[in-house]
Write a protein that binds this ligand. Sequence first.
Ligand code: PBG
Length: 346
Amino acid sequence: MHSSLVTTTLPRPVMRPRRMRFSPAIRRLVRETTLSPADFIYPLFVRHGVEQRAPIRSMPGISQLSVDQLAGEAREIAALGIPAVILFGIPAAKDATGSDNYSADGIVPQAIRAIKDAAPDLLVISDMCFCEYTDHGHCGIINQPGQPHFQSALPEGYLLNDPTLDLLGRASVVHAQAGADIIAPSGMVDGMVAAIRSGLDGAGYQHVAVMSYAVKYASAFYGPFRDAAESPPQFGDRSQYQMDPANSREAIKEASIDVAEGADVLMVKPALPYLDILSAVRSTFNLPTAAYQVSGEYAMLHAAAANGWLDLRRSALESLTAIKRAGADMVVTYFAKDAAQWLEEE
Ligand code: PBG
């Protein structure tokens, strides 16, 4: 006996969770969350002009595309098994009311038609907001002396809620007429879901769904997007309509209002810094839940990978898995195409 070498008589573990991690096969067997290309929604930035593929500096691999480029792009996305795209438009000209957004020949209606012609089964979601179309870069009509709807009781520069609702309803019908399957209001304007629902229903588009950016924070992580969409506010910021990052009870309030107004899908945005919110929204409501992994989340991983500090593929797939684990049924992500390819290789 070499019992003199045994320095302790601690009991051996009865529970050994490592058994379930012993081999790749057993890890696969007990895996609780899996990713599939069917989980992804791919954002597309559509610009004016022809034969344009303008790379976005802060979002490696992502470009603004002109309408003629969309057919090929749509077929490629569909072939990867990605079920949906979400569209953002960069119009040739901007004005005070963002009229390109509700013109039948606006950049997004053109894009919707091009995609639907090329890949009819690819779902087209149109991001419904005015910041990309207004010259001031805010998400609706702004209170300005001399402009229609001016209200002297409100400060100059304030985003006018109810006049914006009328335009959201109108633009949603125009996008539905062009063939959009889903309208996704992202402006955090009070009553936006009801206004869009009644606009759509009144025009015979009861079958077009509303995916509400129900819980959208005033986040620094949208930085690269504002380059991409050329939509930074020309004055002030969005804190009077987007949520304060410090709040979580308010997220449930926002989401419950959108449920009552008829939202079909609830979205939380950004994703990774807000997994607690995502989880709460998912467990409180019985609606499909989406998360938006935003431009800054994408740019962060790319920047670290470019420095050799992170493995892009592993960190991206891990982030997407975490977002799903927290409760997302679907994820809007700039990684959609890459991730679909990575998953195929695995
Ligand atoms: C508004 C909108 C924004 C994003 C999606 N829709 C920008 C904003 O609110 O400032 C951000 C998306 C991203 O950062 O990837 N139309």
